[in-house]
Design a binder for this molecule. Sequence first.
Ligand code: B16
Ligand code: MG
Length: 216
Amino acid sequence: SKKAFIFDLDGVIVDTAKYHFLAWQKLAQELGIEFTPEHNEELKGVSRVRSLDIILELGNVTASQEDKNKWLFQKNEDYLSYLVDIDESEILPGVLPVLHYLKDKNQLIALGSASKNARPILEKTGILPLFDAIVDGNDVSNAKPDPEVFLRAAQLLNAKNEDAIVFEDSVAGVQAANIANMTSVGIGDDKILHEAKYNFKDFTFIDVSFIEALIN
Ligand code: B16
Ligand code: MG
């Protein structure tokens, strides 16, 4: 039957987490705040505004809204500078075959991302036409683990929540999918993503039989 397959972007479809990290690290350095890859784990799936607050809390820094806005802008400009030359090589291994398989089987495909930069990334990597619906950071007001982003995606696809499958690399995203009554598939460390119904280290571990079982 027809199911709704909802993909997170960063850390699931593309490996842009490294660019977010570099941009946040640069800002943290300027502010004299120590920011490590471990700290960065907390920012996964988290909105830009909340990410800055987490970093400022790390450094015990309080700031005016004006300064915060300036830093948010700086971080995003820096992040965008890494995206200028990206192409389909940024797509994580195993993702394209799954997307094409789903298309072949007439399944519905949506994006459910916290990022406000989602569309240009899908365009540059050439996969925008594969998506039947896109919900990103520009469309929602409540961040994951609030299920808003996935609920809207299912709504746009005209699918029931129970018929939706969500691929997520973040704890907050897995929780959001579970709260929405959708089937959660964790992509990454199964110890970190233990709340997911299914877990795969990455998309190369997902085979046709797994997708087939979800469709039937
Ligand atoms: P932006 P996802 C999230 O994307 C990222 O995981 C997170 O690190 C980032 O801060 C957030 O998008 C906002 O991104 O600054 O581009 O609006 O994983 O939900 O696809
Ligand atoms: Mg993600």
